[in-house]
Structures are given as structure tokens and as C-alpha cells.
Design a protein around this ligand. Structure first.
Ligand code: PEP
Length: 251
């Protein structure tokens, strides 16, 4: 099980370190990580160094929220995978729906970013998910598997074999309206089967979208849910701790 916290554009470098330490010191973290569970916190770029320094003696790992596909060069405002690795990141979220929407990232770009991330020693957490209109039209699995195919086409199956997928229905992100455990399981099972049969890969699949301490138990009880990508609740140490506790029996 992998529990990743996406802090998005929240926390300043002045307050990120203490939130990270509070999360790492919470009582569910030790039993979870000692038994093989992985906890990752993904702060904004500027807070990564302070969070990485504070978490270095703990079992909680650090990730970025994005990276560029090139290693260096004339890309104003961008950050490379090797820069993230150099300041202590082990993971990087790629293709979050907010970036697909606001930065117009597409599957090809996300695949190239995954290659760069693997090259820098990072594990990509690649996000896919459908809009509400797509779910209502009954094309959820088509949309999600097409996104995966597009990423694999750009990155190659070997890169995605070393990655993690996160199924994040867009309508569930930040809305308080999580997918039901059955909806999540249905898509996760379809994604797993597609990845195996089409690409010969079997990777962990996280669920993301309004995961809280109230619904984590039931989501984690689903056979194909291998953890969560948590936004809002990862900024609340007590709620994040309860989510980790809910994942512990499934490590
Ligand atoms: C996310 O940002 O990836 C996310 C799932 O957010 P939230 O948990 O707030 O819905």
C-alpha cells in the first residue's frame, strides 16, 4: 500500500517543515512503514528541501508534484527530475488533472516526463481519470485506458512498469464526492486487466479523489485499490494519520 499526500499549492517553506514532522510523528506511520507500507508527501517545489531535510530521519518519503521532460536547458519556470532527486525526492506526481487542465499537459508529454523521472531515479505517480460528462456517457474505462495507452506510447512499457498509476476521477477531486468503493474497484480492475493484457505490466494503482478518514477503510478493502493519492486530507495531520491507519491491514 502506498499513501501519497499531494499538498498542491499549499504551505510556505516556513510552515511546511513542521506539518511534515507532525505527519511523520503520527502513531499510524511507524507500524505502516515497518510492514512495507509507503508514505510519500509531495509539497510545492519551494518547500521540498525543508520537508526533505525534516523527513530524512523518518520513514516518510518526499515527492514532487511535476517535473519537466528535459534534464536542463531553456525552459523558464520549469524544474527537472534530477533537480527533484537532488533535493531528496523519491517520487513525482505526473499528469495530475489540474495540470492537464491548466497547463494543457497531454499523455505524450506525461510519458516523456515519466522517462525523465525514471532516468533521475524517481518513481512516477501517473494520474488518469475521467470527467463527469465522460462518466455519465458511460465511457470511463475507455477514457482511462486511452490515457494509459497514450502515456505508454510515449514512455514505453518498461518505464510504466516502474511507475505507479493513480486513478483520479476529475469529478471527485476536491469536491467531497469520492467515487464509491464499487466505482473505484470497477475502474481499477479494468485498468489492471488492460495493463496486463495490452502492455504486459502490473503496477500499483492508487485511488484519488476526496479520500478522507471517513471513506478510506472501505476504499482500501477493494481488491485492486493499492493505496491513495490524497489532496485536502493530507494537509490535516490527524486525518492523514487515520488514512494511513486504514491502509495498515492491507499492506
Ligand atoms: C488530488 O489532488 O490528487 C486529490 C485527490 O485531491 P482531494 O483528495 O482533495 O480530492
Amino acid at each position: 500500500m502506498i499513501i501519497a499526500g499531494n499538498w498542491k499549492m499549499n504551505t510556505t517553506p516556513s510552515d511546511a517543515g513542521s506539518l511534515a514532522l507532525t505527519i511523520a510523528a503520527a502513531d499510524a506511520v511507524g507500524p505502516f512503514t515497518r510492514n512495507g507500507g509507503v508514505v510519500v508527501i509531495c509539497p510545492p517545489y519551494l518547500s521540498v528541501p525543508v520537508v526533505a531535510a525534516r523527513l530524512q530521519p523518518t520513514s516518510v518519503l518526499v515527492g514532487g508534484q511535476n517535473c519537466h521532460w528535459e534534464a536542463a536547458g531553456a525552459f523558464t519556470g520549469e524544474v527537472s527530475a534530477s533537480m527533484l532527486a537532488d533535493v531528496g525526492c523519491r517520487y513525482v506526481i505526473l499528469g495530475h488533472s489540474e495540470r492537464r487542465r491548466d497547463q494543457l499537459e497531454d499523455d505524450h508529454m506525461i510519458g516523456l516526463k515519466a522517462v525523465a523521472a525514471i532516468g533521475a531515479g524517481l518513481t512516477p505517480i501517473i494520474c488518469v481519470g475521467e470527467s463527469l460528462a465522460e462518466r455519465e456517457a458511460g465511457v470511463t474505462v475507455d477514457v482511462v485506458t486511452q490515457q494509459i495507452d497514450g502515456v505508454v506510447a510515449a514512455a514505453g512499457a518498461d518505464t510504466i512498469r516502474r511507475s505507479i498509476l493513480a486513478y483520479e476521477p476529475i469529478w471527485a477531486i476536491g469536491t467531497g464526492l469520492a467515487a464509491t468503493p464499487q466505482q473505484a474497484q470497477e475502474v481499477h480492475a479494468a485498468v489492471r486487466s488492460h495493463c496486463r493484457s495490452r502492455h504486459g505490466i502490473d503496477v500499483p494503482i492508487l485511488y484519488g479523489g476526496s479520500v478522507t478518514d471517513q471513506n478510506a477503510d472501505e476504499l482500501f478493502a477493494q481488491a485492486d485499490v493499492n493505496g491513495a493519492l490524497v489532496g485536502g486530507a493530507s494537509l490535516k495531520a490527524a486525518a492523514f494519520n487515520e488514512i494511513i491507519r486504514a491502509a495498515t491491514p492491507h499492506v
